[in-house]
Design a protein around this ligand. Structure first.
Ligand code: PLP
Length: 400
């Protein structure tokens, strides 16, 4: 009865019968048809990711709840700024910070965060970037914190002022200083650690941006930068969070996030216009964050250790093979396995082993570094894949 009524009122509206018929008919037919095999059509090979959620490897597989959020968003029209506001508020509440925005990756968060420090809420300045004439345009960074991703900051037309000591930072700060930039992973390499770096920013009223792109887990890294006084934090959505690879987050100071929003889409005359995120990315990021904050992180850690131990006992049965668990200090901080072998027994270089795992069936990617032995992660493996990885590594070593 209800359906009937609904249908009648539908038909009486501007929707025409042939249109509705075609629409429902098409979705029903699509649902009934077997899924297209795109890998086959495009002649592509999938693989097991025992490497990391690298961009070049398309990140990780989003959990079903995140995929659902993505699909939900894909079938509804929404006003982009309203989604930005609502999702940003929810994510900020989860993190416990004043404000947050979904960006097109951590690199985009670096660009939008820097742009925010340069332009504030001045729309004329927003239109002018990367021409920084008349704006504060120097960004202070420690020499040991220069890295490939600082291109995302340089994009904004800034000039880096490189420093090494606390004293040099004090002297470098001046009327032209727009921002101070910290690369979290390289904290041990620099003389000035985050607490002192952030405190100096506070003291002089200079916004401090910390890039923690791949440094979650641990969960505590979400709040550490804020507790220490950073104004902006950039993180990847598709690395340790294992959400959408096309996403990141910028969070922290509310005025700066507001300014960052002005420098990105939907605004068209803005430096971040090419870094578009749509409703799909935003809802998917919201669910990614909800899941991350609800997860039992200790149980997950134990599961990763179990997987590492499983591969380790399988490969160390082979004469001449040793293996140990290791946890990278900051970047991708979770249990990994490193495998060594005796060159007299097994005539195979690490890069040959990597190549054979890639070429084998199924194809397996491990970490691309060759200096210290064969290195692999286990956190992106689907159920059952850890046994395949253990078996394939053992086969490759035995054949070597
Ligand atoms: C990966 C990474 C980025 C870029 O992150 P995306 O989310 O891929 O844009 C920036 N900074 C660091 C330190 C990274 O590791």
């Amino acid at each position: 009865m209800q359906v009937m009524l609904l249908r009648r009122s539908f038909l009486q509206s501007r929707w025409s019968l042939p249109f509705l018929g075609a629409w429902f008919g098409r979705s029903a037919a699509l649902a009934a048809r077997p899924q297209r095999d795109f890998l086959k059509e495009l002649e592509l090979r999938t693989f097991i990711n025992a490497a990391e959620p690298f961009t070049a490897l398309s990140g990780s597989i989003m959990p079903p709840e995140v995929q659902q959020a993505w699909n939900y968003a894909a079938t509804r029209h929404m006003r982009l700024d309203e989604v930005h506001d609502a999702v940003g508020r929810k994510i900020a509440a989860l993190i416990g910070c004043p404000s947050a925005m979904v960006t097109a990756g951590a690199a985009s968060a670096l660009t939008l965060g820097t742009a925010a420090c340069l332009t504030g809420l001045d729309r004329d300045k927003v239109r002018r970037l990367p021409d920084t004439t008349g704006m504060k345009s120097e960004v202070i960074i420690q020499k040991s914190h220069r890295y490939g991703y600082d291109h995302a900051v340089r994009n904004c037309g800034i000039r880096y002022v490189e420093v090494e000591t606390l004293d040099e930072i004090e002297r470098a700060i001046g009327p032209n200083t727009a921002m101070m930039h910290f690369f979290n992973t390289n904290e041990p390499m620099g003389q000035v650690k985050l607490p002192e770096f952030a405190a100096l920013g506070r003291k002089h009223g200079i916004p401090v941006l910390n890039d923690i792109a791949a440094d979650v887990p641990p969960l505590s890294n979400f709040t550490r930068s804020l507790q220490l006084g950073c104004d902006l934090v950039a993180v990847s959505g598709g690395k340790g969070l294992r959400g959408p690879q096309s996403c990141g987050l910028l969070y922290g100071n509310a005025d700066l996030i507001k300014a960052a929003r002005l420098n990105g889409p939907p605004n068209s005359d803005a430096i971040g216009r090419g870094q578009k995120v749509n409703k799909e990315e935003m809802l998917a990021m919201l669910v990614t964050l909800e899941q991350y904050f609800q997860r039992d992180h200790e149980a997950e850690w134990r599961e990763w250790e179990r997987r590492v131990n499983l591969v380790r006992s399988a490969v160390t049965k082979i004469p001449g093979v040793t293996a140990e668990m290791f946890v990278p200090e900051i970047h991708y901080r979770c249990p990994h396995l490193r495998v060594h072998w005796d060159a007299a027994n097994i005539r195979l270089s690490v890069s040959e082993a990597i190549q054979r795992l890639r070429a084998g069936e199924p194809s397996i990617e491990v970490r691309p570094y060759t200096k210290d032995g064969l290195e692999l992660s286990v956190w992106l493996l689907a159920p059952g894949e850890v046994d395949i990885v253990a078996r394939r590594i053992a086969e490759v070593l035995k054949a070597g």
